[in-house]
Design a protein around this ligand. Structure first.
Ligand code: F6P
Length: 326
């Protein structure tokens, strides 16, 4: 096995709080193991456009507490083409880079997997996405911070819901997954939660809400994941209104506020640990794998599994939500 002396690091896909902490950990672990470390800007686009710069310890100082990513991020269309990947590989060769660490979600790892296999190039992934939708890690970097952002926002919305006797439908992020909706819903005491993994009929939702109101409830919160099959918060409001004018409904779509802000303590620790472990894995000769934490243990999981399989979302939790809210 050829030993690695130069590595690159990039962030790709939707930014997530804690990505900077992971970049810092990769750079400093690399330097402390005698490696040269290169930062690649704008995700895979930066590989294609040659935005590759050598980093030192100072280039990652004062970033552990910052949201976003100092390396910037993108969803690269060019990297999806064989031509784009070839240019990316050529640029890595120009800089003598022998291993790559990519921080991102399923799109990032899909690209990494194809690239690593085609060019026989070592790539290790770090799970960074607020959606928490990667198999092989209990939590992805950014998820905990996003949850806290949602809970804080819903607490505020609840004040108005209470004061005006309203039902608020709050839409949260999660394109294909309901992790944010489910756990923020529990923590914010939502009346019900709508997630893609568990479609719910309007009748079922209405009967649950009416039951609550019969018990003298006068306001409430529904949390809807953006990927829910009902069609989003406005569509749900429309469906409820077409059945009954009983509820005074308002919609709030939280949007990108969920992706920003200082990472929580949990995300900083997770990012620092996984950044460190990713470099160690690369140095041991690991490739085509994501580093994750499962039951507090560091685990390596092949890219194709982390993308393909779905982490179990405990459906019984929905029952818990209803029990605790009524
Ligand atoms: O994957 C993270 C995520 O925030 C999803 O929850 C959301 O659907 C998507 O990114 C939004 O992406 P963009 O910022 O590119 O619109």
């Amino acid at each position: 096995m050829k030993s690695i002396r130069k590595i690159g690091v990039l962030t790709s896909g939707g930014d997530a709080p804690g990505m900077n902490a992971a970049v810092r950990a990769v750079v400093r672990t690399g330097l402390n193991n005698g490696l040269e470390v290169f930062g690649i800007r704008n995700g895979y686009n930066g590989l294609i456009n040659g935005l590759i710069e050598k980093m030192d310890s100072q280039s990652v100082s004062d970033i552990i507490q910052r949201g976003g990513t100092i390396l910037k991020s993108a969803r690269s269309k060019e990297f999806k083409t064989p031509e784009g990947r070839q240019v990316a590989y050529d640029n890595l060769m120009i800089h003598g880079i022998e291993g790559l660490i990519v921080i991102g979600g399923d799109g990032t790892f899909t690209g990494a997997n194809i690239f690593g296999n085609k060019f026989d190039f070592p790539v290790v992934g770090i799970p960074g996405t607020i959606d928490n939708d990667l198999f092989g890690t209990d939590m992805t970097i950014g998820y905990d911070t996003a949850l806290n952002t949602v809970v804080e926002a819903v607490d505020k919305i609840r004040d108005t819901a209470y004061s005006h006797n309203r039902l608020f439908i709050v839409e949260v992020m999660g394109r294909d997954a309901g992790f944010i909706a489910l756990n923020a819903g529990i923590a914010a005491g939502a009346e019900d939660i709508l997630i893609p993994e568990h479609p719910i009929l309007t009748e079922e939702l209405l009967s649950h809400l009416k039951n609550d109101w019969r018990k003298n409830k006068k306001s409430g919160i529904l949390i809807v994941a953006e990927g829910d099959t009902s069609g989003g918060a406005f569509e749900i409001m429309k469906q409820i209104k077409s059945e009954t004018d009983y509820f005074d409904i308002r919609v709030t779509i939280l949007g990108h506020i969920q992706r920003g802000g200082a990472p929580s303590c949990f995300d900083r620790v997770l990012a620092s640990t996984l950044g460190y472990e990713a470099v160690k894995a690369l140095l041991r000769g690991e490739r085509d794998v994501m580093v994750g934490k499962v039951h507090r243990e560091t685990k390596l999981i092949p890219f194709n599994k982390s993308i393909k399989y779905h982490k179990d979302l405990n459906r019984n939790t929905l029952e818990l939500v209803r029990t605790l809210s009524s």
